[in-house]
Structures are given as structure tokens and as C-alpha cells.
Write a new protein. Structure first.
Length: 276
């Protein structure tokens, strides 16, 4: 049994409950990047409730901040706050559990929401680490549609210039955004060559394969003299055939019938993972 995979299906169920309780959320991207987050928080990063104020903790920035529901679920599982509280309060008036990351909450390094800002901020964090001779690493997850923002490429150029090998960026390459496919809106199929031209180490990986993800992050950490980009090839809405590869599930509130189907699909896949 792969405990990581089982956990991820449980966390996807938490996300669905969160979105239904809060009456809205970016469910498709939550599902596609969940396996990346589980790998980072439970296998890769040095971050926990106990060391969240340690100067040498690893840093994580969710640049695609609209997929905050997945981050809340992972942080709750990690022990930063109770998942019951998140589900009860998500997207309610006056709640700190808003629809984009809120750095007033434990475990969240920065507010994000306006796309294209996560990588430049992560570059600043990584550069500060280099100047301080600190041991921490910096990770950020971006959406593929987000790469149309010019600030992403300013950050990419700076990261290479300063040789920030303590920085690893991940693109959630699910090929869909709110208005359709990425290739129709602003093509990204030459993504690897683009970042390589900017001086990055680039790794293509199946974003739902835990062993491949772990190996990619290990390789990123061992790469010297340049930052690393992981292109995580994922499926939007991963976990239920009802949502998978459908742009309409970028932001969607499941009705009762859809909720039952999604929960049943997640339970079936979790059960299959238990018996693998």
C-alpha cells in the first residue's frame, strides 16, 4: 500500500467538503496538484508546526493561490490547524480561511492570488537565503495558465542570473485554465526549452507518480549553480472521471448528485490504492 496515495485521496475528499461548505472553490486545480503538495509536505520539505518560525525552515509559496483549498487540507493534515475548523469556516464572512492564501494563518508564508507573483517572491526568498548562507530551500507551485504573466519571466531571468540552486519551481501542467486549453489561450508546449533558454535545469515528471516526484525533487536539490523547474504533468480534476480534463471544473460547486459521485469515485480509488 502506498500511504501517500491513500492520504491524497482522503485530502481530496476534505477539499470537496470544504468547497461544498464554503459554496465555491477552484476544485479542478486542487485535485491536479494534490500529489505534488503531499510529496513536498510529507517527504521533501523541512517544515512543520514545530519549526514554522525557525529561520532555517524550508519555504513554500503557492503562486496559483486560487487552489488554496488543497493547501489548507495539506496544512491541516500536517497539524497546523484542525481540518474540521477549516471546513466549517472556509469562505465564511470574517473567517481567516479565505479563498486565497492568508499569511495570518500558520504555515502560510505569503498572501497570493494575483497570478505571476509567486515565483518573483520565491526568488527573493532564495536570494536572501544565499546572502545569509542559510541552508533552507524554497519551493513554489505555479499554474500553467499563469505563465502568460510577464512577472513569471522576470523571476525566471533573475533566478538564473543569481544561480539560485536553492530554488525549485513546479508547474502544475494540467493543460486547462478557466477559459479553455492552455494551447488555445497561450501555448505552452515549448515550456521546457523556454526555461532552459533562461538558464534553468528542467525536469519533466508525471505529477501523479509519487516515486517519480520524489526522485525529481532529490535531483533538483542536488543540482548546483542553477534553479530547477519541475514540469508536473497532471490531470485537472484528478480523482473523479466526472471532473477530469474538463475546463468547466476549474471553478465549480458540485450539486448533490455530483458530490455523491465524486465522493464515491474518490473512495473507490482510495480502496484500490490500499490494495495495490
Amino acid at each position: 500500500m502506498d500511504e501517500r496515495k491513500v492520504m491524497a485521496y482522503e485530502l481530496r475528499k476534505d477539499v470537496v467538503d470544504m468547497i461544498v461548505a464554503g459554496k465555491g472553490g477552484h476544485i479542478g486545480g486542487d485535485m491536479s496538484m494534490m500529489d505534488v503538495l503531499v510529496t513536498l509536505y510529507f517527504k521533501v520539505m523541512n517544515i512543520s508546526p514545530e519549526n514554522q518560525n525557525d529561520p532555517n525552515r524550508d519555504r513554500f509559496v503557492l503562486s496559483k493561490g486560487h487552489s488554496v483549498e488543497a493547501l489548507y487540507a495539506v496544512l491541516a493534515k500536517k497539524g497546523f490547524f484542525p481540518i474540521e475548523k477549516v471546513i466549517a469556516e472556509f469562505s465564511k464572512f470574517g473567517s481567516p480561511f479565505i479563498g486565497h492564501p492568508n499569511n495570518k494563518l500558520p504555515g502560510i508564508e505569503m498572501n497570493s492570488g494575483s497570478l505571476g507573483h509567486g515565483l518573483p517572491v520565491a526568488v527573493g526568498m532564495a536570494l536572501a537565503g544565499k546572502l545569509d548562507r542559510a541552508s533552507y530551500r524554497v519551493y513554489t507551485v505555479m499554474g500553467d495558465g499563469e505563465l502568460a504573466e510577464g512577472s513569471v519571466w522576470e523571476g525566471a531571468m533573475s533566478a538564473s542570473h543569481y544561480k539560485l540552486d536553492n530554488l525549485c519551481a513546479v508547474v502544475d501542467r494540467n493543460r486547462l485554465q478557466i477559459s479553455g486549453t492552455t494551447e488555445e489561450v497561450m501555448h505552452q508546449d515549448d515550456l521546457q526549452s523556454r526555461f532552459e533558454a533562461f538558464g534553468w535545469n528542467v525536469i519533466q515528471v508525471d505529477g501523479h507518480d509519487y516515486d517519480a516526484l520524489e526522485a525529481a525533487f532529490v535531483l533538483a536539490a542536488s543540482t548546483k549553480g542553477k534553479p530547477t523547474l519541475l514540469i508536473a504533468n497532471t490531470i485537472k480534476g484528478y480523482g473523479s472521471a466526472l471532473m477530469e480534463n474538463k475546463a468547466g471544473w476549474h471553478h465549480h460547486l458540485p450539486n448533490e448528485e455530483e458530490y455523491r459521485q465524486i465522493v464515491a469515485d474518490l473512495a473507490a480509488r482510495k480502496e484500490a490504492a490500499i490494495h495495490e
